[in-house]
Design a protein around this ligand. Structure first.
Ligand code: FE2
Length: 288
């Protein structure tokens, strides 16, 4: 029998990969954003053994339904469209197509619009790449990649929630029926108000801070709920959080994660909180 060994919130600012200078990235830095990167280090040390990462990224934006990576191996270059100066990353990754198909089939049966993505030349989005790199820099485990269907923007945040929860139920069922130990990954920031200009040196940490106190208060509200084990309340306040903090949870990843973990009541471990070009980012997890 398969299992869900845990779930993590793994934000994907490309700055964090840029700051680490891995050989895959063409851009080179002098460092930066250490608190978040050290948080990721501690999170990696705490990860239980797993066979596959099931990851939902807000940057694979599909406007008709949820899509699933459906090719066993991808190799390409990922360039961040907003920060091409920071992130031009040569990636190679494996996909657990069997598990992806199992989740897709269950989601379809539940009435969601779905599609397997079978184009071998598809360029995997940078949210998926950054979160997967920061969780497993060795890239020695396959992933399952789920897209973000943008119903927050096309319909309403309530429709997004309904669809994310249905996708979570399908994910949970397929993972438990598989023969894999699955790690679930929500690739998103919390508050997501960006600065509109960048420092001449992006890693100049004298310039980094949260964009506003209102954003900070919302981030601390959500982190308080994480630390208190109040995951159901997080889902309940998600519409307000998304609207008021311009949260990247608008893509559905956080609601999906909490529901797929079956609303954990134990506290999440918060490994780090930090700002990246003003956005609020928590590195956190429920790891059994
Ligand atoms: Fe993002």
């Amino acid at each position: 029998m398969g299992s869900i060994v845990g779930g993590v919130i793994a934000p994907h600012p490309p700055h964090l990969v840029y700051a680490e200078n891995p050989p895959q990235n063409e851009a080179h830095s002098e460092g930066g954003w250490e608190v978040l990167r050290w948080g990721y280090e501690r999170l990696r040390a705490d990860l239980p053994d797993f066979d596959v990462m099931v990851l939902l990224s807000p940057h694979w934006q599909t406007y008709v339904g949820t899509h699933f990576l459906g090719v066993p191996h991808f190799k390409n270059k990922s360039v961040d469209p907003i920060f091409p100066n920071l992130f031009r990353y040569n990636y190679e990754l494996d996909v657990d197509v069997g598990l992806a198909e199992a989740i897709e089939a269950k989601a379809r049966k539940a009435g969601l619009v779905t599609r397997m993505m079978r184009n071998p030349d598809f360029r995997v989005d940078y949210g998926t790449i950054v979160s997967a790199h920061l969780l497993n820099p060795a890239w020695d485990k396959p992933i399952v990649g789920l897209s973000s269907q943008r119903s927050t923007h096309f319909y309403s945040v309530e429709v997004m929630q309904e669809q994310a929860l249905a996708l979570a139920a399908a994910t949970r069922k397929a993972c438990l029926e598989s023969d894999q130990r699955c790690l679930l990954v929500a690739s998103n920031s919390l508050s997501h108000r960006h600065f509109t200009t960048e420092a001449a040196l992006p890693e100049d940490m004298s310039r980094e801070h949260v964009t506003s106190h209102a954003m900070y208060l919302w981030d601390m509200k959500m982190i308080g709920l994480l630390k208190g084990g109040h995951s159901r309340e997080m889902v309940d306040v998600m519409p307000e959080f998304i609207n008021q903090a311009i949260s990247e949870a608008d893509g559905g990843a956080l609601s999906w994660l909490i529901a797929a973990l079956d609303y954990p009541s134990e506290p999440a471990e918060v490994y780090a909180y930090g700002n990246v070009i003003g956005t609020g980012n928590a590195v956190a997890g429920w790891l059994s």
